[in-house]
Design a binder for this molecule. Structure first.
Ligand code: HEC
Ligand code: HEC
Length: 247
């Protein structure tokens, strides 16, 4: 009798313990959400730094051409310190658009796709190392962290959505709805409203990789939103539609 009672009590306790554990897990996962949201915005910040870090960082801007920038390539000075200038908007370096000798941004350097998933601390060490020469006078610890997060967790495998000729595999019809409601307020329905940049149709048509990067991460120093927290196909559809706008 005692024996069965104890077993009954024990099983009640176990069940209660399970319920407490489940509630704790639920609380943990609710508590986990803000952390995730914070990470998405850190990655988008890292993406803007990848685009043009010296536009948004208050740090020193180097004037000399980066020592790793290929002698035969065409750019000089601070622009050769932009990540995108060596590794490309498609992150694929020599395997992507910047591997084409006819491209005025040709570098033929290795891309960063291989560093996706890498420990951010190791990526920071690469950025501070010889091949790059970034210093704490140029970028803060937080900026290094976010750049590394972007490289490790934020890269899109663009080759899946944009073929070598620049054709975007997206749903233009759906993209038109997103463009009209999210982008047109600033850029105009025809993409020509902001006068000090080329028409959106020209940028997206000629360089869908750049456009996808900017739609995901925003434009450095401008209030343009980063769509990184939305499903990726929304950004792809927007770029597919934007490429059809007048040039
Ligand atoms: C002047 C050209 C240049 C610029 C600018 C540049 N890199 Fe690099 N990057 C290189 C070279 C060269 C390598 C070494 C490639 C190799 O190992 O052959 C490299 C390697 C890397 C790697 C390692 C890739 C791998 O798979 O091993 C990462 C990650 C990286 N760069 C990220 C960045 C980031 C982020 C920025 C901007 C903050 C940046 N790079 C700016 C030239 C550049
Ligand atoms: C709050 C206003 C705003 C919104 C909303 C906005 N943008 Fe922008 N966008 C800008 C500004 C400002 C620039 C920088 C213009 C410049 O360089 O003079 C810019 C730059 C760009 C560029 C790069 C142009 C270049 O040559 O560097 C592209 C492409 C672009 N936007 C596309 C879009 C798309 C697509 C959307 C919708 C997902 C969007 N933008 C939403 C304000 C906005």
């Amino acid at each position: 009798m005692m024996h069965t009672l104890n077993i009954a009590r024990l099983s009640v306790r176990l069940a209660m313990g399970g319920a407490v554990a489940a509630i704790a897990l639920m609380l943990l996962s609710v508590g986990g959400r803000p952390a995730q949201a914070e990470e998405v915005s850190k990655i988008a910040h890292g993406g803007k730094l990848y685009d043009k870090w010296y536009q948004i960082s208050g740090g020193d801007i180097p004037r000399k051409t980066n020592a790793s920038y290929p002698k035969a390539a065409k750019k000089k000075g601070k622009t050769t310190w932009r990540c995108k200038e060596c590794h490309g908007w498609d992150y694929r370096g020599a395997d992507g658009a910047y591997g084409n000798k006819k491209n005025s941004h040709y570098t033929g350097l290795k891309g960063i796709r291989g560093a996706a998933g890498k420990d951010p601390a190791k990526i920071i060490a690469i950025l501070k190392g010889k091949a790059h020469g970034y210093t704490s006078d140029m970028l803060t610890d937080e900026e290094f962290d976010n750049l590394a997060l972007f490289v490790s967790k934020g890269q899109v495998d663009m080759a899946k959505f944009i073929d070598a000729s620049g054709k975007v595999k997206g749903n233009k019809g759906r993209g038109a709805g997103f463009y009209g409601t999210v982008c047109a307020g600033c850029h105009g329905l025809d993409g020509k409203k902001i006068k000090d940049m080329p028409p959106v149709g020209e940028v997206a048509g000629k360089n869908p990789w750049e456009s996808l990067h900017k739609v995901m991460n925003g434009q450095p120093g401008e209030p343009m939103p980063a769509l990184r927290a939305f499903p990726l196909d929304i950004a792809v559809d927007i770029v597919a539609y934007a490429a059809t706008l007048p040039r």
